[in-house]
Design a protein around this ligand. Structure first.
Ligand code: BV8
Ligand code: ZN
Length: 249
């Protein structure tokens, strides 16, 4: 009787197009707080209070300070073995893509190249008036800052009630509906429309693998659910795949 990892590797051995869909859980082992876990970001403050345009206009200093705090965390953390395993997967298949909800840029820092960022990137910031991008690399203001045109500067992330970047979302749907296998890794799959990605993949006939510490909203449609840390499970899958690949070569 094959165990779940062997089942996944069997599917990978014949896969041409592999997609990995990620959420905050894939960065948890890097020390980046998730949103809805017990010590998550949303436990202290509600999303509407922080991650929305209204919240920003109501209290630009508080929201600016919160994103500065999160950007500062990003300067102190590194990608973890889960990010590196995903980056290595890119060279093992004919077609491969990462579709992430994360705004932490850790996939790119780990070496992933084909990455679609559905919710933006916290390292980019722009003026709400003239849309000019501003490098805030080494500054972490605890108060709202303004562009030379006088407009407020905001993070380039998708807030609640805001549309996802059209090109990233459309490309991600094409990937989800044409891949052979989709991994849903470290996401509670409760935020839409991003959470449609694994659903579209499954509906289009992809083999759906979930890697999470707990069961989620999409566990019952997954073909295989691997409960555990993504930073431990993903490297195991890559190692087993490479071993089987050499065996059949
Ligand atoms: C839209 C970016 C409409 C910013 C985020 C009322 C008003 C307005 C909209 C809505 C509404 N009600 C519902 C909606 C829709 C809303 C939505 O889905 N709400 C949910 C909460 C019900 N969606 C939106 O608003 C979207 N826009 O609908 O626009 C529209 C339509 C037309 C025209 C105009 C407008 C925009 C949603 C994007 C919001 N932005 N973040 C920022 O980051 O600050 S959301 C936030 O949640 C993050 O992006 C995050 O990526 C995302 C999903 O969370 P997860 O990544 O899954 O993280 P979470 O903590 O939840 O889970 C972590 C998981 O990891 C857990 O399962 C845990 O078990 C697991 N884990 C932990 N450790 C590990 C692990 N797994 C493996 N290994 C480990 N080590
Ligand atoms: Zn401006």
């Amino acid at each position: 009787m094959k165990n779940n990892i062997e089942k996944v590797v069997d599917k990978l051995l014949t896969a041409k197009f592999v997609v990995v869909f990620t959420g905050a859980g894939v960065s948890a082992e890097s020390g980046v707080p998730t949103f809805r876990d017990k010590d998550g970001l949303w436990q202290k403050l509600k999303p509407e209070e922080l991650a929305s345009f209204d919240a920003f206009m109501r209290n630009p200093d508080l929201v600016t300070e919160w994103y500065s705090h999160r950007r500062k965390i990003m300067t102190q953390v590194q990608p973890n073995p889960g990010h590196y395993a995903i980056a290595e997967m890119e060279s093992l298949f004919e077609q491969f893509a990462v579709v992430t909800q994360n705004v932490d840029n850790l996939h790119r820092r780990a070496g992933s190249r084909r990455v679609y960022e559905l919710h933006g990137n916290i390292e980019r910031n722009y003026c709400i008036k003239c849309k000019k991008y501003h490098e805030l690399k080494d500054i972490f203001p605890d108060k709202a800052i303004r562009c030379e045109c006088g407009g407020l500067i905001r993070p380039d992330v998708v807030w609640f009630g805001e549309m996802l970047p059209e090109d990233q979302y459309q490309e991600s749907i094409v990937c989800a509906t044409s891949c052979d296998i989709l991994f849903s890794v470290g996401t509670s799959a409760v935020v839409y429309p991003a959470a449609y990605i694994p659903i579209y993949a499954k509906r289009s006939g992809a083999f759906l693998v979930e890697i999470n510490m707990n069961f989620t909203e999409i566990s019952d449609i997954a073909d295989v659910v691997l409960i555990g840390k993504s930073g431990e499970i993903l490297p195991k899958i890559v190692e087993e795949f490479k071993k089987q690949k050499t065996r059949i070569a």
